[in-house]
Design a protein around this ligand. Structure first.
Ligand code: S3P
Length: 184
């Protein structure tokens, strides 16, 4: 059963995608925005634009804590808007301050995947500072274990993408968002 988001209770008419790095939030979010006729916004892209530098440069020059502060600022801005698909960075749930913001912003879908699937998707990509380590699979396993309860706490719906094609995941997201946000 898809929970209905009552927009009169001050939750926004937005679809928010949360989940670990490499779960497809940005790729699927862009297509979901097209299908729903919503604007696509990506918190990492906005952070990078506001800071005038890439995410790896923010981590390297200013540190993770500075990145997290920028992330909350961007989320606060996004949460004020409407008719958006908001793709979030995988660590957005690590700050408790972000939890009410995510929930108020709208309907939150958690894209899930196993550590092995995630590793396979991210292993050639150097843009994720937290995974530039000797044993990325182990790091993914540990971080996922640490964060699972946090995703659980903010989600309205979780979708396990391991055995789904991108189109199947997209369909699940778009149709449940239509019901939850009561879109015609
Ligand atoms: C992070 C995930 C990244 C990005 C940053 C930190 C994390 O976003 O925000 O590298 O802590 O999981 P994606 O989930 O889009 O890769």
């Amino acid at each position: 059963m898809v929970p209905i988001v009552n927009t009169s209770d001050q939750r926004g008419r937005n679809l928010i995608l949360v989940g670990f790095m490499g779960t497809g939030k940005t790729t699927i979010g862009k297509d979901a925005a097209k299908s729903l006729g919503f604007r696509f916004v990506d918190t990492d892209a906005l952070i990078s634009r506001n800071a005038g530098k890439s995410i790896p440069d923010i981590f390297a020059e200013d540190g993770e804590e500075a990145f997290r502060l920028l992330e909350t600022e961007v989320l606060e801005e996004c949460a004020k808007g409407t008719d958006q698909v908001i793709s979030t960075g995988g660590g957005i749930v690590t700050r408790e301050r972000n939890h009410p913001l995510l929930k108020q912003a709208g309907y939150v879908i958690w894209l899930k995947a196993s550590p092995e699937t995630i590793f396979d998707r991210v292993k050639r990509n150097k843009s994720r500072p937290l995974l530039q380590v000797d044993d990325p699979l182990k790091t993914i396993q540990e971080m996922l274990a640490d964060r699972a309860d946090l995703y659980e706490a903010v989600q309205d719906l979780g979708i396990n993408t391991d055995k789904l094609t991108l189109d199947e995941t997209l369909f699940g997201i778009v149709e449940s968002a239509r019901v939850a946000l009561q879109l015609g």
